[in-house]
Design a protein around this ligand. Structure first.
Ligand code: N01
Length: 546
């Protein structure tokens, strides 16, 4: 059973079917794409170059697909995912418009009983949760929101029909990556755009452009080296040299940042090994970007309000934009600093802050996600002895390598908490997890092993390590969704793994007989294909392979 048909889920279906297992995918959307299916707001693009934001596992797919832009727009990315699904015949494995509501582990039989909102019931030996890190939209509980008379669109649940802003007074709440991408595009046609900003964010220019023949050739020429670098380098994570790296002089840093700023994209984040660990280095990077914001924005008060001051650069996912700061020079755009004048309530006509009233025809909520754990905890997942995942994660998520959870046998989490997950290139991270778990399942088949799950001790040590690595960086200094603090009541735990050598660690553990994982042998009852009664519901044939 593979839950989710985004990049991770599709690749898992492909690999598991190739193993000879019977597989089924469950997907809430009517089509493949995961987060790229839902996030179709104006301006949405990837923030990793398209050539890298691609599957690496199929030379055929690589040969027949040509990205048109340096940072592809959502429609092109969705076409790519759809093409991959068709190319490898994956759609027929998926039940669309179906949502998993529960997954209960049957201790005696050693299988999962999975139920959906459509009343399906499956018995699956393995559950692969490819539910995505950014798939549960967050709609903040702001008083009066339901009273607003105009249209309300969340960036992560954007309508399929084109949304017409012309002649409208539009309000955007939220200035994370989604808001920062949407704002310049909405401003082009809205009569007036009011941006309600609680926290200013660092954003770097994408310098998006059409890809040239030369870009494609260069990428192809460097592809093997890129693959190799994925094995060893830790793009977006803190390198081992961070602690001992020299502190570059301010002017050396400034020159480097200027070159990278002109180049575009997120590379400033990796300009120096200690940029995410050393305040002195990071402060210069912050000064550099703030100077750029002041250069771009004409009104000094607006520029000041747009300058981030309460967190280091890069410790929230860096935003990559197309003309974001310049948008605030337009006469039809107003920035409202919610730190000075908080929203008191929405009214049928618009927004009431502590100081003013804003009349609006349309509201765009770019307010993010219940990230990393949201989709997993939305399901009623019960492992050994009926223990729920919610109970197991009451104080924050606990996994081993971000791949498995103690007490939840044969359940794998693709880009789960405690893995690099959202740090760096998420597609590469998904591929790595799928490859690892497929190897693990093969290992089990060879050894006739029935179940695998992390040992409590190994999981405990891993989570301590995840926390320890994060504490030696500047990451915990921002109120970011990495820490879960954007969701009221969510435990404040730094969820991604930002250490170096993650892939190496996973490989070593596998090579060392899956150190820290516990396997159980072939004693579990084996089900034959056929319909199974489970309570009042009829279950689908087993998804067990062989
Ligand atoms: O969400 P966010 P996002 N009143 O959580 C504000 C990925 N992504 O959807 O910071 C007022 O970053 C909140 O304010 P504050 C990427 O990984 C990638 O933009 O909490 N404001 C913040 O400004 C990214 O990091 C791309 O003070 C409220 C905003 O809403 C992740 O998705 C594109 C509020 C939420 O920002 C999430 O980005 C888009 C309230 N009550 C997204 N509640 C690519 O480029 C929240 N906010 C691939």
């Amino acid at each position: 059973m593979v839950v989710g048909a985004g990049f991770g889920g599709l690749y898992a279906l492909h690999r598991l079917r190739a193993l000879g297992l019977s597989v089924v995918g469950i997907e809430a959307a009517p089509d493949v794409g995961g987060t790229w299916y839902w996030n179709r707001y104006p301006g949405v693009r990837c923030d990793v170059p398209s050539l890298l934001y691609s599957y690496t596992w199929s030379p055929e797919l690589r040969a027949e697909w040509r990205w048109s832009e340096r940072y592809a727009a959502q429609a092109e990315i969705l076409r790519y995912i759809g093409h991959a699904a068709d190319r490898f015949g994956l759609r027929q494995l998926i039940r669309f418009e179906t949502r998993v509501i529960s997954a209960l582990y049957d201790d005696d039989a050693g299988v999962w009983t999975v139920r959906t909102n459509r009343g399906d019931c499956f018995r699956a030996r393995f559950c692969i949760m490819a539910t995505g890190c950014l798939s549960v939209p967050n709609t903040p509980d702001i008083p009066g929101l339901a009273d607003f008379a105009g249209a309300i669109h969340h960036t992560a649940q954007w309508p399929h029909e084109p949304v017409d802003f012309s002649g409208k007074r539009v309000g955007v709440v939220g200035t994370g990556s989604s808001g920062i991408q949407a704002i310049p595009v909405i401003a082009e046609t809205a009569r007036h755009l009011t941006v309600f900003q609680r926290t200013p964010n660092f954003s770097l220019p994408s310098r998006n452009r059409p890809l040239t023949e030369q870009d494609h050739e260069q990428f192809e020429a460097g592809f093997e080296a890129y693959l190799e670098s994925l094995q060893h380098s830790d793009f977006g994570r803190v390198p081992p040299t961070a602690a001992t790296a020299p502190i570059p002089a301010r002017d050396v840093q400034w020159t480097r940042y200027e070159a990278l700023w002109q180049e575009g994209g997120g590379a400033i984040l990796y300009a120096f090994p200690n940029i995410l660990t050393h305040h002195g280095v990071n402060d210069v990077a912050c000064d550099f970007v703030r100077a750029k914001i002041r250069e771009a924005v004409h009104d000094p008060q607006t520029a000041d309000d747009l300058c981030p001051t309460n967190h280091p650069l890069g410790v929230k996912r860096i935003c990559v934009d197309s003309g974001y700061f310049e948008t605030f020079n337009r006469p039809n755009v107003t920035l409202v600093n919610l730190r000075r004048e908080p929203i008191e309530r929405f009214t049928p006509a618009g927004v009431q802050t502590s100081e003013r009233t804003f009349e609006l025809d349309m509201l765009v909520l770019a307010t993010g996600f219940d990230a990393i754990t949201g989709a997993l905890l939305a399901m009623d997942i019960r492992g050994r002895d009926g223990r729920t995942l919610k109970e197991a994660w009451a104080d924050g998520p606990r996994t081993y390598l971000g791949l498995g959870v103690a007490g939840f046998p044969n359940l794998f989490t693709i880009t789960g908490p405690g893995s690099p997950s959202v740090i760096g290139n998420v597609i590469a991270n998904c591929e790595h997890h799928v490859d690892w778990l497929v190897d693990c399942i093969e290992h089990m088949r060879r050894g006739k092993l029935q179940t695998v799950e992390p040992e409590e001790t190994a999981q405990h040590q891993w989570m301590d390590h995840v926390a320890d690595v994060a504490s030696r960086t500047l990451y915990p200094e921002a109120n970011s969704w990495y820490l879960g603090v954007n969701i009221p009541g969510k435990p404040k735990v730094f969820m991604p793994y930002v250490g170096a050598g993650y892939r190496h660690t996973c490989s070593q553990i596998a090579a060392d007989s899956y150190r820290g994982f516990r396997f159980e042998g072939g004693t579990a009852e084996r089900h034959r294909p056929g319909l199974h009664r489970d309570g009042s519901q009829t279950c689908e044939p087993d998804l067990e392979g062989n």
